[in-house]
Design a protein around this ligand. Structure first.
Ligand code: PGA
Length: 244
């Protein structure tokens, strides 16, 4: 077990600790490749990275990014698309070159080709140095939902009713939540050299415990992280309360 767990007292502190880890990776290797995540959990850490850019000169000029996933059927200009999320919370406020920022190609109708191209782009960039992850209440990472096996590569998924329901809070209605997404696979995620998982709030407490201390099973996709050589989990006190 090579998971380092940091339980911060508050969401704000969790965000600062996680942002410090990302900033450290960028300072150590200005041309690093970051795997990025969306969701409500990382919003605070992205705000902290923007602050560090503004106040401390943290530069993303040579950084390359690959996001975990993207909804199928939403244009990049749709406010719930993950491309838009990244621009709104990070990219538009730092000195990153947008040409170096990537999300799975959801416009390409050929699923297999889009997935192969994403894997190749990551490989061509030298692989992901640090992958940021959130965790779903059902244990998903990216959009790798509980399943009978661990998906290896980038692929298209049909979202589970519980994930669509959880994400519907951000849409006008459940009907508007896309039914499919393209996501890095578990294999893609596990190839990152280092992983940083963030979680906050009491709704995540049980799944954080199950993922880190329960059996490794594709029924809890995040549990595979127990087999990764370099994982740091940063959670707030509420999400970490059930950890032994
Ligand atoms: P959340 O999503 O940060 O909005 O809770 C995390 C996830 O589903 O991966």
């Amino acid at each position: 077990m090579t998971v380092t767990t940091i339980v911060a007292p508050t969401y704000e502190e969790m965000s600062r600790v996680a942002a410090d880890i990302i900033a450290g990776a960028v300072r150590e290797k200005p041309s690093c490749v970051l795997g990025l995540a969306t969701g409500t959990t990382p919003i605070g850490l992205y705000a902290e990275l923007v602050r560090m850019h503004r106040d401390e000169g943290l530069s993303f000029a040579d950084v390359t990014t690959f996001n975990l996933d993207e909804y199928v059927g939403l244009e990049g200009t749709h406010p719930q698309s993950y491309r838009w999320f990244m621009r709104h919370h990070l990219f538009d406020h730092v000195d990153i070159d947008l040409a170096r920022t990537h999300t799975p190609d959801v416009a390409c109708p050929d699923e297999a080709e889009a997935s192969r191209a994403y894997e190749k782009a990551i490989e061509d960039a030298g692989g992901v140095d640090l992958q940021l992850l959130g965790i779903g209440q059902n244990g998903h990472i990216g959009f790798n939902e509980p399943a009978d096996d661990f998906p290896k590569a980038t692929h298209t998924v049909t979202l589970t009713p519980s994930t669509r329901e959880a994400n519907s809070r951000l849409f006008a209605s459940l009907d508007e939540v896309p039914r499919q997404a393209r996501t890095m696979g578990i294999g893609t995620i596990m190839r990152a050299r280092r992983i940083l998982l963030v979680a906050n709030g009491s709704a995540k407490a049980a799944i954080v415990r199950d993922a880190l201390e329960g059996p490794v099973t594709p029924r809890v996709p995040a549990s595979i992280l127990q087999f990764h050589p370099d994982v740091t989990v940063v959670c707030d006190a509420e999400a970490g309360v059930l950890l032994s």
